[in-house]
Design a protein around this ligand. Structure first.
Ligand code: GAL
Length: 384
């Protein structure tokens, strides 16, 4: 199963301390797989299926070219979360330059969920077709019979074409007039917060062709419904959108959350009936302060609680030099969740590090503290 083509970075013991003990997590340190290669699954997410954890993420190569998809989505498996076995490339980029997932496109933040009705494994990812930077803002969908693939790419699209969000008034459920469109075109929207960000125009501009979808995650709720959560409207608004029953498309029900707040890197968990959303600000590969939001209903209303990182030092302001990608519920332990984040190295993309930290609950709210080294026993002694 393992693909020899992709073993490109031998862990160098000289440069950084190795994660030698495989009974602990060492956030930010090179993390060797069963071949001694640094795990190559960035912007990742984890599927738990039949007693095994499967980690999927962006396979990166050395240098800045690694920020584009040269290989595909890499899969690993584990039963203990410390030791990961290389399962090779789950979704490969295509050699045909006309393909939507041609080598050199951008595939980011892949997430896989299992559909119990169809018995298929379904992968969603942020896709930017070749050569157009980040203007595509599309969602890609792929499917497989086995968790590690191979995944067949099905299609890409901009979500929710022709569907109005649930939480906008009838007055706003109108495509833009030509005059409004012309005004919008003159606005210089840099992809981060600006005071003149037009909070109520972009979803109307994109109504017909589909909503922009960049940083994303998937979440499966206790009742079996699954959700696609993505940064939309030039990154200024998060959309939370229910998936169809087969998880291959959208169900036509979505909400806009935090217009004008520019949340990226969404990662969702549910604890004691409440939904907690971890996210970041929009500063590209540079880390910034994490954000935590809460809701009693996944469709809102959502409330921002602030930065979930606590402790002393400036690392709290840059999420311990990382950006959220997934919240992993640990099986067999109560109230046990791992905050999974990426410490990006865009100049040498393959060298990106993983920051996994245990989530603690203080006064009914999840918080994250730095630990140089920790293990799953942490959850047995954590106070709730
Ligand atoms: C980050 C985003 C990453 C990637 C990067 C590109 O903000 O979370 O997934 O898109 O920007 O600059």
């Amino acid at each position: 199963m393992a693909n020899p083509r992709v073993r490109t970075q031998k862990v160098s013991a000289k440069r950084v301390p190795l994660q030698t003990s495989r009974r602990a997590f060492l956030p930010g340190v090179l993390w060797p797989d069963n071949h001694g290669m640094h795990i190559n699954a960035h912007g990742g997410g984890i599927l738990y299926h039949d007693g095994i954890y499967f980690w999927f993420g962006e396979h990166k190569i050395a240098g800045p070219a690694g920020n584009r998809a040269q290989i595909g989505v890499h899969a690993y498996s584990s039963t203990d979360l410390y030791n990961w076995r290389d399962e090779g490339i789950a979704l490969a980029v295509c050699d045909d330059p006309k393909s939507e997932i041609a080598r050199g496109c951008i595939i980011e933040r892949p997430k896989v969920i299992f559909n119990p009705r169809t018995k298929k494994f379904v992968m969603w990812f942020h896709l930017e077709p070749c050569g157009r930077g980040y203007v595509g803002a599309r969602s890609g969908v792929a499917m497989a019979d086995e968790p590690t693939g191979p995944y067949t790419f099905l299609r890409s699209f901009r979500p929710n074409a022709g569907v109005w969000p649930q939480n906008v008034s009838a007055k706003l459920r109108q495509p833009l007039t030509l005059q409004q469109l012309a005004r919008l075109k003159q606005l210089d929207l840099p992809g981060g917060a600006v005071p003149y960000y037009p909070k109520q125009l972009l979803f109307r501009r994109d109504f017909a062709g589909g909503q922009m979808a960049r940083d994303m995650t998937l979440f499966v709720d206790d009742d079996g419904h699954a959700y696609h959560i993505y940064a939309s409207e030039e990154n200024g608004v998060l959309h939370i959108s229910r998936l169809s029953e087969d998880f291959l498309s959208l169900a036509g029900k979505y909400v806009r959350v935090f217009p004008g707040r520019f949340h990226e890197a969404p990662a969702l968990m549910k604890w004691r009936g409440k939904y907690f959303l971890f996210s970041s600000d929009c500063t590209g590969w540079e880390p910034n302060a994490a954000r935590l939001s809460v809701a009693e209903n996944i469709f809102g209303p959502w409330e921002e609680l602030g930065n979930p990182c606590i402790g002393s030092g400036c690392q709290v302001a840059n999420t311990f030099n990382s950006q959220s990608t997934f919240i992993l519920p640990v099986r067999g332990k109560r109230d046990a969740f791992i905050f999974m984040a990426d410490s990006w190295r865009p100049e040498n993309a393959i060298d990106g590090r993983y920051v996994w930290l245990p989530i603690e609950f203080r006064h009914g709210v999840p918080v994250i503290e730095w630990h140089d080294r920790w293990d799953l026993n942490f959850f047995d002694k954590a106070s709730k």
